[in-house]
Design a protein around this ligand. Structure first.
Ligand SMILES: [Zn+2]
Ligand SMILES: [Zn+2]
Length: 310
């Protein structure tokens, strides 16, 4: 069984809550400590119960609140070495900075010296690792993005699979395979190509966003979702669009894009929503038992209502 809520999403702050019923983790923590605590309580979760934070990559909107949350609640942090090295400048561990500045030769030399900079336990991960953590199987996979060592995550608990892929420029066959294995799919739908063209950004930034190491557009995601909706192996029950751009996308447009892309005759329309910056999505729950029970009933499974969350 997996429960999840996207607490915040977008270019300002990203944070996703995931539970297997026994233990609870966050993927990224771009919100401030106070706002992370507030939003967890909004979905009925005590921040004390969070045991780990997984980091996708070092950009500020993903790591800004990691250090303060990890220190206060003594949670363990899972990240690639590249993400940690990149994230250190966003973390206000002044004492550690001073130590590092006094011994710059140790700064980038190996895992030990980087670990000693932080007051919380760091677990290094690499793409294609398989990590068992308190009832979760955590599988990071590489994504193309302009960060040091960015990853997406497949998280399995009791045969239920959540896949999160945000901040990536392209969908490679390997990434599509990960996405296609999800019961709960949290997928970036950053910008609309037409709106990006008109957005008040310098041209060089527009080129970066739409590059192979930038962000996914509604158009690219729509094409993939169409393929997914026709796939016989598709098991998606919840589809959440995330990292919606403030200036080159609109929640309603991204939502309608996902719904209209689901054209398959093969698979029922999943519950679809958009995660935003203002508030958490509802708490989604998907479990193997629930799916089996529904499959055994010979009633039609009515597609659940579609709503713009958060
Ligand atoms: Zn981001
Ligand atoms: Zn990023």
């Amino acid at each position: 069984m997996i429960k999840c809520s996207v607490l915040s999403s977008g270019s300002r702050a990203n944070c996703t809550y995931v539970s297997n019923g026994r233990s609870q983790i966050l993927i990224d923590c771009g919100l401030s400590l106070r706002e992370t605590e507030r939003r967890l309580r909004l979905i009925g979760v005590n921040p004390e119960e969070i045991s780990a934070i997984l980091i996708t990559h070092e950009h500020r909107d993903h790591v800004n609140g990691v250090l303060t949350f990890a220190k206060k609640y003594r949670v363990q942090v899972f990240a690639t070495m590249g993400s940690l090295i990149g994230a250190k400048k966003f973390w206000d561990d002044r004492a550690s900075y001073r130590r590092a500045l006094k011994a710059p030769e140790k700064y980038f030399v190996g895992e030990e010296s980087v670990s000693s900079m932080f007051d919380f336990r760091i677990n290094y991960l690499s793409a294609d690792d398989r990590i068992n953590w308190e009832g979760f199987l955590i599988e990071p996979f590489s994504v193309p993005h302009d960060a040091n060592e960015p990853v997406g995550f497949r998280i399995t608990a009791d045969k239920t699979v959540l896949v999160l892929a945000t901040d990536l420029g392209t969908l490679t066959p390997t990434i599509k395979a990960y996405l296609s294995s999800a019961d709960i799919l949290i997928l970036e739908s950053n910008h609309d190509l037409d709106l990006l063209f008109e957005a008040p950004y310098p041209w060089v930034l527009k080129e970066r966003i739409r590059s192979d190491v930038g962000h996914l557009s509604n158009q690219v995601v729509g094409k993939f979702v169409r393929e997914l909706s026709n796939s016989k192996s598709c098991r998606v029950k919840v589809l959440i669009g995330v990292h919606i751009s403030e200036n080159s996308n609109v929640y309603q447009l991204a939502l309608e894009n996902l719904i209209s892309a689901w054209q398959g005759q093969v698979n029922e329309l999943p519950e679809i929503c958009i995660a935003g910056a203002e508030k958490p999505t509802k708490l989604f729950t998907v479990s193997e038992v629930e799916l089996l029970t529904l499959a055994e009933c010979s009633i039609d499974i009515v597609p659940q209502s579609v709503a713009v969350g958060g």
